[in-house]
Design a binder for this molecule. Sequence first.
Ligand code: ACO
Length: 428
Amino acid sequence: MAQTATLTIDGKTYELPIIVGTEGEKAIDITKLRDQTGLITYDPGFGNTGSCKSAITFIDGEKGILRYRGIPVEAFETNPNFVEVAYLLIFGHLPNAQEKLNFSERLTKNELLNESMKHHFEGFPVTAPPMAILSAMINTLSCYHHQFFELEDNDAFMEMAARLISKIRTIAAFSYRRSLGLPFIYPDPKLRYCANFLHMMFSLPYEQYYIEPEIEDAMNLLLILHADHEQNCSTSTVRIVESSEANCFASCAAGVCALWGRLHGGANEKVLEMLEKIHQGGITPEECIKMAKDKNSSFRLMGFGHRVYKNYDPRAKIIKTMVDKVLTKRKINDPLINIARRIEELALADSYFIDRKLYPNVDFYSGIMLRALGIPTNMFTVIFAMGRLPGWIAQWREQHMDSSMRIARPRQIYIGNNEMSFVPLEQR
Ligand code: ACO
């Protein structure tokens, strides 16, 4: 028999249905609450609110579990392939050989930007934050592809997804080249997804950048670890924008803006700034921990804590291992890694962090990883966005196909003035 929850207000009881997910998670269905009781729920930050039903990603924050379409994220550590994971998230299954080939061909076919888009890059100052450029350019794509605004047909949807996933990499690399005043390097159709990105970032005219297989694997794995994370801030933004029936380009451009903030994707940049500051002697790891605990300071230990994970973030665990491999392979002796390890050690032994279940999140080691790959700090969040894009597209599609979804429109508890009269200017 279906379970219900009983709510009593002013002596009157209401039965509310309980929904159970495939992993046993339960939610009280309050969709009829206001109609029946006149009351709404209050949940700033949505920490207790399920905004949708989704079959894409499962997280158990207490146990530190992350699965894409049921597959534990650790399964992608050997032979990581971002394109396969993108396909899995968006279309619900791992592609077979033919599906993978077709999708890869679509990515290659779509790798160039319309030549007129190059002039847009020139309109930005060289100091423009790459996240601003990325969001603007993804939105600009919608000016070129009106045919993808209505997407009921599967083939058209796949073409649109491939277009976005392929072009974001070109936009990201071009925004970097623009910031350095370097010529744009066109994508090479012979290269795979991540190798092609590294080529566009680092090759020079007549001087091809050599891509070591281990570095290509590391880039693939990094993107995979960022590919989806259920209803986080940027993904919820994408869904909210879609709920007004906005197109996928506009929705993902909004997702980029949400990701930009320092409490979300922008945290990896801030982690590096913090480690650099410690390295340059501005502050010791011990002082850093002390400041993070000080309730009179707005300082937070960047790369620590998570709304959902109350255990070690499984992505941080994987990146931590990968960092060691890449630093060894590239023979890099990065002093920041030792500082990061020291901070982690101090925090994990400190009752403030233990009591609040604050562990390293994906951003704690990803900055060091990106640095080892030669990626400059201001591009870190852009790489995160590249990785997260398949997740946004998958979530956009899931919602687009769900006929039960309504426009997102939260309510509020008004705490302003009661009705008052208008005072003419001369009497104020
Ligand atoms: N440093 C110090 N204290 C922290 C930290 C931190 N990094 N994170 C949480 N806390 C404390 C809070 O001050 C609060 O303490 P209190 O109970 O004494 O008031 C308690 O832990 C709970 O924190 P909340 O802010 O309620 O946690 P919330 O779920 O709202 O925030 C967030 C999660 C934003 C990730 C937070 O942990 C944070 O700011 N971390 C640093 C930024 C960061 O690394 N962001 C990346 C997140 S991963 C991602 O987006 C990809």
